[in-house]
Design a protein around this ligand. Structure first.
Ligand SMILES: NC(=O)c1ccc[n+]([C@@H]2O[C@H](COP(=O)([O-])OP(=O)(O)OC[C@H]3O[C@@H](n4cnc5c(N)ncnc54)[C@H](OP(=O)(O)O)[C@@H]3O)[C@@H](O)[C@H]2O)c1
Length: 333
């Protein structure tokens, strides 16, 4: 697999990561359909065999179930993996999500120790602030994360869904290695808001989460009724009545282009992100998909391919909001 530098602090990762969120349930529901622990662990192994040793998780996923699953999968091989996890959605001592964001020093200290325990490790390679706590200055949050670097508990610092201004303020306190935000052919807010340019100027890496538009760009979802009753995506405007029919037409055009190139539309969506110097972390719980996604890391798109894609989904295309109103309010834009 091709390797890339993520930020300027020394982190080197494969050019396609593995998003693990969908491998475990979330509270009482499954995120993206039925989970299967055995297949999920086999997916992590298969990814590793193919060079895909960059795993993305968060304490929120489960909560904690996802970190524990990863611990199980990588047991005995910790040093061979690069683990990214996140803190910030507040989880209380009864393991309940409070639905508040907490970026205070005390909470960070508690969160990192909990994640280390759940991951059965003594260090986290890349530790992200999952969402900005708008009641705590970013300087305070990053200073606390910086202390974790000095203590050897984490290797590198990342932030998720932050604005250019927040990144600049954070980077002045401690070098930020990565920002992770939603980015795909259906979601280009970070490009529109100038975040990608800021990261480029500061030498900070960008990791694209939900690079397949939460599966929409795979072309496998033909109707909202294809999604299980308790599927997370049913609550997202992009998948709802108003936008679904428009978006599915865009997906069909992307699929047609992928077919011309003898690849899948998921692979085209991943290759398009890589062509921008961005690391996608497609999420899957199946060996078959992880193989295809890693293969996509070898596809080189021509200028002509890229122009055709841009003409299908030009910057600024309105595909609907990526979250419900509550979660949109937690983004830093
Ligand atoms: N920082 C944040 O706030 C944040 C938010 C969301 C996600 N994330 C991270 O980003 C990762 C990826 O995002 P995501 O999982 O939300 O969305 P995604 O990668 O855009 O899409 C995941 C969906 O695509 C399907 N899929 C994956 N590969 C496929 C392929 N080759 N062909 C057809 N379908 C395919 C998966 O199916 P199966 O599940 O059936 O395999 C799943 O339903 C997550 O796992 C998580 O680690 C971070």
């Amino acid at each position: 697999m091709n390797k890339v530098k993520l930020g300027n602090q020394g982190l080197i990762i494969p050019n396609v990561g593995l998003g693990c969120m969908g491998m475990t349930g979330f509270e009482d529901a499954d995120m993206y359909g039925k989970t299967d622990e055995k297949e999920a662990i086999s997916t992590i192994y298969r990814s590793f065999e193919l060079g895909g040793n960059f795993l993305d998780t968060a304490d929120l996923y489960g909560p904690f179930k996802n970190e524990k699953l990863i611990a199980k999968a990588i047991e005995g091989n910790r040093g061979k993996y690069i683990i990214a996890t996140k803190f910030g959605w507040e989880i209380d001592d009864n393991e309940q999500i409070t639905w508040k964001i907490n970026g205070t020093r005390d909470y960070i200290k508690k969160s990192v120790d909990r994640s280390l325990k759940n991951l059965k490790t003594d260090y986290i390679d890349l530790y992200y602030m999952h969402r900005l706590d708008k009641n705590v200055p970013i300087e305070e949050t990053v200073a606390a994360m910086s202390d974790l670097v000095n203590e050897g508990k984490i290797g590198y610092i990342g932030l998720s869904e932050v604005s250019s201004e927040t990144v600049k303020r954070a980077h002045a306190i401690h070098p930020i290695s990565a920002v992770q935000s939603e980015f795909s052919m259906f979601e280009r807010t970070v490009e529109e808001k100038g975040v990608l340019k800021t990261l480029n100027d500061l030498g900070i890496g960008f990791v694209a989460y939900s690079p397949l538009g939460r599966g929409f760009l795979s072309g496998h979802i033909k109707s909202i009724n294809d999604l299980p009753e308790n599927d997370f995506r049913r609550g997202i405007p992009r998948f709802q009545e108003k936008y679904f029919h428009r978006n599915i037409e865009l997906v069909k055009a992307i699929e047609a282009l992928a077919e011309e190139k003898n690849i899948t539309s998921s692979q085209l969506a991943i290759a398009w992100i890589i062509s921008k110097g961005i690391v996608p972390i497609p999420g899957t719980k199946r060996r078959k998909y992880v193989e295809q996604n890693i293969d996509a890391g070898k596809i080189i798109l021509t200028e002509n391919d890229l122009a055709k894609l841009e003409s299908i989904v030009p910057l600024g295309t309105d595909t609907g909001a990526p979250y419900d109103e509550f979660s949109m309010g937690l983004l830093d834009y």
